[in-house]
Design a protein around this ligand. Structure first.
Ligand code: GLY
Length: 439
C-alpha cells in the first residue's frame, strides 16, 4: 500500500518513520515533508493547504491511506473532501475538527456533557468582554476562538493584560476572523499533561501520556514556542489519574459528540491540567501533538498502519490493546538562535548521522531542507533528538550526549527537558510545571 503523509514538521517525520516500519506500507509520499522525510519517503512539492491538489494526487497515485499531521487542513475539511472522492484518510472531518478549530464549540460540548474543565464564557462583543474582565478575579485566560497559529491564547495575570488581549482580538484584528469570537476562561493551576487517543467514533484507544515544554527558556520562562521538548510516560500520571482522564474526559467527549450527530475519527488529543480537584481539560486538539508524538511513537510497539486502518474502517473495537515499550523517552528540540522570534536559516547541519548511531537515539527532522547534498536549517525548530532509556535519567543522558555531536550555526536547546520526570522517578519533589497555552 502507498501512504501519503501531510505536513512538514518533526511530528510528520516521526509518523513517516513509524509507518515505514509497517509491512503493510510499500511506499510513502510526504507533502511537503522535510530533509528527514526525504531519506525514507518521496517529498512532494504540494503544501498542506492545497487540499484539492492533494486529493488529485492521492487519486492519481492510488494512495491507500492519507495521514494528516497539522490541524489546518482538518479544520478546512480535507477529510470530507477525500471521503467524498472515495479516498481513505486518517483524521476527523471538519465538523469534528471543531474540537480544536473553535474553542467555544469545544467548551460547549464539555459543558453539555459534564466533562471537567474550567468555567468559561464566550463573547462576540468587545465591551461585554471587558465588563466580564472588570467583574472577575484574575488571573484569567483569554483565547481567540479560531485557529491562530499558536498565538491566540493569553494568560492574563491582571485586568490590564486581559483587556490588551481583548483589544488585540476585537479591535486590532490581530488574528483576523479567528478573533471575532473570544472565550474568557478560568486559569487552571497544576501540571499539564497530554493524553492522546485513537478513536473511530465509538471505541477510544488511549496512548501513553506525554508532557511537552512550550516556553523557550529553562524553567518554563520566556515566550511560548511550538514546543521545545517532551517526554513519555509522565510519572505524575498514576493509573488512577490515567483512568480518570480516559473515563471522565476522552470517552464521554466522543460519546457526547456522537450524541450530537458528530462521528469523531482520528486522534483526540486531551490537553489536561492536573488540578487539586482532579484532571480538567485545558484544550482539545484534533491531531497528534508536536513534539509529544516524537516521544510517544518511539515507545509504540504495535503497527501504526494497522491501528490507523482500524480507525478509518471503524473496527477499533476488534483491534485489541496497543503495545508499548516500558522504556522512557525524552525528546529535545534543537532550535535556531532567535526562535520563536526572528532567526536565520540555510545553515549546514553537521553530525546528524553520527548522533543517530548513539544507543537509543532516533533523530526526527523538523525545520530542515536539502541544500545541495547536505541538510540545512530551514525553520525555527530544526531537529528533535529522541532518546529511549531504561529510565528518564538514562534517556536524558543519551539525548544530551547525542546533541553534543550535532552542530549548526546558532544551535540552541533547553537543558532541562525531562528533569522533572527524573526527579519524580527518583522520588524527589519536582515542583509544578507552569501552564503555558499554545493554541
Ligand atoms: N504540543 C502541543 C501541541 O501539539 O499543540
Amino acid at each position: 500500500m502507498k501512504v501519503l503523509i501531510i505536513g512538514s514538521g518533526g511530528r510528520e517525520h516521526a509518523l513517516t518513520w513509524k509507518l515505514s516500519q509497517s509491512p503493510l506500507v510499500e511506499k510513502i509520499y510526504c507533502a511537503p515533508g522535510n530533509g528527514g522525510t526525504a531519506g525514507i519517503a518521496e517529498n512532494l512539492n504540494i503544501s498542506v493547504d492545497e487540499i484539492e491538489v492533494l486529493a488529485d494526487f492521492a487519486e492519481g497515485e492510488n494512495i491507500g491511506l492519507t495521514v494528516v499531521g497539522p490541524e489546518d487542513p482538518l479544520v478546512a475539511g480535507i477529510v470530507n473532501l477525500f471521503e467524498k472522492r472515495g479516498l481513505k484518510i486518517f483524521g476527523p472531518r471538519k465538523e469534528a475538527a471543531q474540537m480544536e478549530g473553535s474553542k467555544s464549540f469545544a467548551k460547549n460540548i464539555m459543558q453539555k456533557y459534564n466533562i471537567p474543565t474550567g468555567f468559561a464564557q464566550t463573547f462576540t462583543d468587545y465591551k461585554e468582554a471587558v465588563n466580564f474582565v472588570e467583574s472577575h478575579e484574575m488571573p484569567l485566560v483569554v483565547k481567540a476562538d479560531g485557529l491562530a497559529a499558536g498565538k491566540g491564547v493569553f494568560i492574563a495575570e491582571n485586568r490590564g493584560e486581559a483587556k490588551k488581549a481583548l483589544e488585540d482580538c476585537f479591535v486590532n484584528k490581530r488574528f483576523g476572523s479567528a478573533g471575532n469570537k473570544v472565550i474568557i476562561e478560568e486559569y487552571l493551576e497544576g501540571e499539564e499533561v497530554s493524553l492522546l487517543a485513537f478513536t473511530d467514533g465509538k471505541t477510544v484507544l488511549p496512548m501513553v501520556p506525554a508532557q511537552d515544554y512550550k516556553r523557550i527558556y529553562d524553567g518554563d520562562l520566556g515566550p511560548n514556542t511550538g514546543g521545545m521538548g517532551s517526554y513519555s510516560p509522565v510519572p505524575v500520571v498514576t493509573k488512577n489519574i490515567y483512568d480518570t482522564i480516559v473515563n471522565k474526559v476522552l470517552k464521554p467527549t466522543i460519546e457526547g459528540l456522537a450524541n450530537e450527530g458528530i462521528e469523531y475519527r482520528g486522534i483526540l488529543y486531551g490537553g489536561i491540567i492536573l488540578t487539586k480537584d482532579g484532571p480538567k481539560v485545558l484544550e482539545f486538539n484534533c491531531r497528534f501533538g508536536d513534539p509529544e508524538t516524537q516521544a510517544i511513537l518511539p515507545r509504540l510497539e504495535s503497527d501504526l498502519a494497522e491501528v490507523m486502518f482500524a480507525v478509518v474502517e471503524k473496527r477499533l473495537a476488534d483491534f485489541g490493546e496497543l503495545k508499548w515499550s516500558k522504556k522512557s523517552c525524552v525528546t529535545v528540540v534543537l532550535a535556531s538562535d532567535g526562535y520563536p522570534g526572528k532567526y536565520e536559516k540555510g545553515f549546514e547541519i553537521k553530525g546528524i548521522e553520527d548522533a543517530s548511531l548513539e544507543e537509543g537515539i532516533v533523530i526526527f527532522q523538523a525545520g530542515t531542507a536539502m541544500k545541495d547534498e547536505s541538510v540545512a536549517t530551514a525553520g525555527g525548530r530544526v531537529l528533535n533528538v529522541s532518546a529511549l532509556g531504561n529510565d528518564f535519567k538514562e534517556a536524558r543522558e543519551r539525548a544530551y550526549k547525542a546533541i553534543k555531536k550535532i552542530d549548526f550555526n546558532g544551535i540552541y536547546c533547553r537543558k532541562d527537558i525531562a528533569l522533572r520526570a527524573v526527579k519524580s522517578q527518583s522520588g524527589v519533589g519536582s515542583g509544578p510545571a507552569r501552564q503555558c497555552l499554545t493554541t
